[in-house]
Ligand binder design. Structure first.
Ligand SMILES: Nc1ncnc2c1ncn2[C@@H]1O[C@H](COP(=O)(O)OP(=O)(O)OP(=O)(O)O)[C@@H](O)[C@H]1O
Length: 229
């Protein structure tokens, strides 16, 4: 699903590379945590997979596509095949829950009748039935993240990228969000999640890729966050 081969990324204004000769393979259906201290390159990794930025050297393939060969005009289509969830939810504040989710279908040209059918199904999946008409500010943080997950998942993406999705949530709400991401993973969607949350990583025992100063220092199946961090 994701294949990185000797990928390095240097930002113009930085002295050391944000990613330094990183080679990683993630298979379809895996659930992978990307951990590491602040500045270790986690977000950079996710941004390269999303093709929000390009590597300085090395090759990246996502879902069979070589991103280095992807024409600029095909980048939006590539991004739409992936789902993304962020720490700060990034909902459209003036749109209701159902409009936020429906919008993801509108932009890919799904007919109105299909949108009317699919949106309630996805809202039920994330446990937000009954809240479709609310605006984001009328929801708790955990509910807002559920909307963001519903929006990311409504196109049934092959891959869901989550950058610190529980970063703004309390432990109980975070655990609920993780149950939801697990459920999405069980549908066959590959999940790649950057996190600082040691409790979540330790309780889920999934693959852990640890970055330090832009290098992979650990890649373990059924890993833990690590001692003393
Ligand atoms: N747009 C940018 N321009 C210059 N340097 C950048 C840019 N984005 C990130 N960096 C640098 O690249 C390195 C990796 O940053 P990145 O955001 O990928 O780390 P991270 O592991 O996601 O950190 P955090 O956990 O704090 O989100 C850092 O040294 C950072 O300062």
């Amino acid at each position: 699903m994701i294949h990185l081969s000797h990928v390095s990324k240097s930002y113009k204004t930085s002295t050391r590379p944000a990613l330094d000769d990183v080679s990683i393979d993630v298979d379809k259906g895996e659930f992978v945590f990307v951990i590491g201290p602040s500045g270790s390159g986690k977000s950079t990794f996710l941004r390269l997979v999303l093709r929000e930025d390009v590597p300085t050297s090395g090759q990246i393939q996502v879902a069979g596509k070589d991103l280095g060969k992807l024409r600029r005009s095909k980048v939006p289509a590539h991004r739409r095949r992936l789902g993304c969830v962020f720490q700060d939810f990034r909902l459209l504040t003036n749109k209701t829950v159902e409009q936020n989710v429906g919008f993801a279908l509108e932009v890919i040209g799904r007919p109105r009748a299909a949108i009317r059918k699919i949106v309630p199904e996805v809202l039920e999946l994330v446990g937000l039935e009954g809240k479709a008409r609310r605006l984001p500010h009328e929801l708790s943080g955990g509910e807002q993240q559920r909307v963001a997950i519903a929006r990311a998942f409504v196109n049934r993406p092959l891959l869901l990228l989550a950058d610190e999705p529980t970063g703004n949530l309390d432990p109980d709400t975070s655990a609920d969000i993780m149950l939801l991401l697990e459920r999405i993973n069980r549908t066959g969607t590959t999940v790649l999640m950057a996190t600082h949350d040691n409790n979540i990583v330790d309780s889920m025992r999934r693959r852990v890729i640890e970055l330090q100063l832009g290098k992979v220092v650990r890649d373990e199946s059924r890993g833990v966050y690590g001692v003393g961090r």
